[in-house]
Design a protein. Sequence first.
Length: 78
Amino acid sequence: MAPSFANGTCNPFYTPVSKLCTLGNYISLSQHARPHPDPYHPNFQRAFYCGANYPSLIRIKAKYDPQDVLYGGRTAVP
């Protein structure tokens, strides 16, 4: 199996957990991730999309996904 990087550093299969990437790994980074937006949460636009950003996110999503194909826990909810 090929290492994660060409120089062999940060190989998650052969590197002890205590010495994995100094930049972090998926597990440590995901612990600090924000929760998935809940459209039923009161005022979810402000809680998950910083309020004022929500209208521009809707416009961007409409532009690049006009058929509303992409949907997920972290996309702008139309």
